[in-house]
Write a protein that binds this ligand. Structure first.
Ligand code: SF4
Ligand code: SF4
Length: 460
C-alpha cells in the first residue's frame, strides 16, 4: 500500500470537496469504512454529479483503492435519491463488488457534511469537534476518488469539473485546468447576464466572495456562481462583522429557531447558536462557555439562510469568533464522544428545496433533462447545467502554491522554464503537510509569486 499512497502523494491529490486536505495523509489512516461522498448538497453545483455520471468507473476504482489503503471492508457510494439515473448506474456498477453498496440519501441540507453523512449512512456518531476516522470512517469526495484512480495510473490532479452558474448566459459544468481564471470560466459560460455582478467561489450557501474575476480555479473549486451585485447572498457576505453584531444586538429576539434547526445541534453537539448570539449581544443569561461553542459550527449557514426570521447571521458571528479564538491560540475544548441526536432531528432536517428558495437562487436552478455526452457515449439524466465534454485550454493559468491544507508548495521551476502539462512545478516542503502542484497546461513559466503563471503554447 505504500506504493499507492506514494502515487497519490506524487499526483498531488487533495480533498476536492472541502479544505483540500492532502489525500495521501487521509488514506494513511486505518478504518473499517470508506464513504464516497456524492451528496453535493450546495444548490446549483453539479461538478460531482458530472464525475459520477461521466466517470463512474473511476469513482469505483478510487473507492476500492481507498478501502485497500485504509484496510476498510465496507464501502459506500452516497448519492442523493433525486439523482435517479446516476443512482441506478452506480448501483449496477457496484453489483458483485464485495463490501460495496450504494446508499441513497434524502435531499436535505447539509447532508454532505461529514458528521451528518457518517450518521446518515452508518448510524455512527463522529465525536463533536472530531473527525470521521474517530468513528472508524474515511469520507472522501467522489471527485477526489476519481483523482485517486487517476493517480494510480500516474496521472496528476491538474483539472477538475467546475459548475459555472447563476447569472450567466449558459450555465455549464466543464472540466477546467487548475489555474483557469474566473473571467475565462464565465466567458465559457456565455458571459454574465448582468452588468454589475459578484462571483462566489464554491456554492451559493457556503462559498466565498471572489475579490474579482482574476480569481482562479483550484483543486477545491466546485463552483463559480455569478450573482447580481445587489443579490442578498452578496450583500450578506459584504456586511462587516461590526454591522452583523450590531444587528444581532438590535434584532435577535432569542426565538431559538437557529438552534432548533442547526444540523450540528440536532446531532447532539453542544452548540446552540441563539446562546452565542445572546453572548455577543451582551444580553444577560448567556452561559460562560457560549462563545467557545462556536468551534462546533460547521458554517453550513442553515441558521442564516433558512432559520432566522430577522435576517441575522449566526454563521458570520461564529466565523468571526473562531478566527478571533484561533488568533489568540485557543483550541476547541469540545470533544464529547457519547453524543446522541435530538429526538426531533428527523423532522427538523431542512429540505434542499427550502434552502434554494430562501437563498434566492431558485431562478438559477432546475433546467432538467440535459444530456451529458463524452466520447460518443451519452448519459441522460436530470441536470441544471450543460456539461461540456470538450477539454478547455486557456491561454494562461495561474496556479496557486497553496490550494490545500498545510504549507504552500515550494516552486521547483523558475521564470522562463518551459513546462509540459502534468509536470511537477512545486513540491511539498520537507517534513510539512502539503500537496505537490503540477502544470495544468504546457507552456512557459512567466511569473512566480504565491502562484506560478504559465503562458500556453511553447510545448505540446
Ligand atoms: S452555520 Fe448555523 S446552522 Fe450551521 S452549524 Fe453553524 S450555527 Fe449551526
Ligand atoms: S433565529 Fe435569529 S432571532 Fe432567533 S435566536 Fe437565532 S439569531 Fe436570534
Amino acid at each position: 500500500m505504500r506504493d499507492i499512497i506514494q502515487a497519490i502523494k506524487d499526483a498531488g491529490v487533495v480533498g476536492a470537496g472541502g479544505a483540500g486536505f492532502p489525500t495521501h495523509v487521509k488514506l494513511s489512516a486505518t478504518v473499517d469504512t470508506v464513504i464516497a461522498n456524492g451528496a453535493e448538497c450546495e444548490p446549483l453545483l453539479e461538478a460531482d454529479l458530472a464525475v459520477m455520471a461521466l466517470e463512474p468507473v473511476k469513482v469505483l476504482e478510487g473507492l476500492k483503492i481507498a478501502m485497500a489503503a485504509t484496510g476498510a471492508t465496507r464501502g459506500y457510494v452516497a448519492v442523493k435519491k433525486k439523482r435517479e439515473s446516476v443512482l441506478r448506474a452506480m448501483t449496477e456498477l457496484v453489483q458483485g463488488e464485495e463490501g460495496i453498496e450504494v446508499f441513497a440519501l434524502d435531499d436535505v441540507y447539509p447532508i454532505g457534511d461529514e458528521h451528518v453523512l457518517v450518521h446518515e449512512v452508518t448510524g455512527r456518531y463522529v465525536p463533536e469537534g472530531g473527525l470521521p476516522l474517530e468513528a472508524g470512517v474515511v469520507v472522501s469526495n467522489v471527485t477526489t476518488l476519481a483523482s485517486v484512480a487517476d493517480a494510480a495510473k500516474g496521472r496528476p490532479m491538474i483539472s477538475r469539473y467546475v459548475t459555472v452558474a447563476g447569472a450567466v448566459a449558459r450555465p455549464i459544468t466543464a472540466r477546467l485546468p487548475i489555474g483557469t481564471s474566473v473571467a475565462d470560466a464565465i466567458a465559457l459560460a456565455g458571459g454574465p447576464q448582468t452588468e454589475r455582478y459578484r462571483v462566489i467561489m464554491g456554492g451559493p450557501i457556503m462559498g466565498k466572495l471572489a475579490p474579482d474575476t482574476s480569481a482562479v480555479v483550484t483543486k477545491v473549486t466546485g463552483g463559480i456562481i455569478v450573482l447580481p451585485a445587489d443579490h442578498p447572498q452578496v450583500k450578506m457576505r459584504e456586511s462587516d462583522i461590526g454591522t452583523i453584531i450590531r444587528q444581532a444586538k438590535a434584532a435577535c429576539c432569542q426565538c431559538m429557531s437557529c438552534t432548533e434547526t442547526c444540523p450540528r445541534h440536532l446531532l447532539g453537539h453542544r452548540i446552540a447558536p441563539h446562546l452565542i448570539m445572546r453572548a455577543v449581544s451582551m444580553s444577560p443569561g448567556a452561559p460562560p462557555d457560549a462563545v467557545a461553542s462556536a468551534w462546533l459550527c460547521s458554517e453550513c449557514a442553515v441558521c442564516a439562510t433558512v432559520s432566522c426570521p430577522s435576517g441575522l447571521s449566526p454563521v458570520r458571528v461564529n466565523q468571526a469568533l473562531k478566527a478571533s479564538m484561533a488568533r489568540k491560540g485557543l483550541r476547541n475544548p469540545y470533544h464529547e464522544k457519547g453524543i446522541v441526536s435530538h429526538p426531533l432531528r428527523g423532522a427538523r432536517r431542512v429540505p434542499s428545496s427550502r434552502v434554494i428558495t430562501r437563498a434566492g437562487v431558485g431562478s438559477y436552478a432546475a433546467r432538467p433533462g440535459t444530456s451529458y455526452a463524452e466520447a460518443g457515449r451519452t448519459a441522460h439524466y436530470s441536470a441544471g447545467t450543460e456539461c461540456l465534454s470538450e477539454a478547455f485550454e486557456p491561454d494562461r493559468v495561474i496556479i496557486p502554491l497553496l490550494q490545500h491544507a498545510g504549507a504552500p508548495a515550494m516552486p521547483c521551476v523558475k521564470v522562463g522554464d518551459e513546462v509540459r502539462k502534468g509536470q511537477p512545478i512545486a513540491e511539498i516542503p520537507e517534513g510539512k503537510l502539503g500537496a505537490r502542484v503540477h502544470a495544468s497546461i504546457s507552456g512557459l513559466v512567466s511569473d512566480i509569486g504565491n502562484a506560478i503563471t504559465i503562458v500556453a503554447g511553447r510545448r505540446g
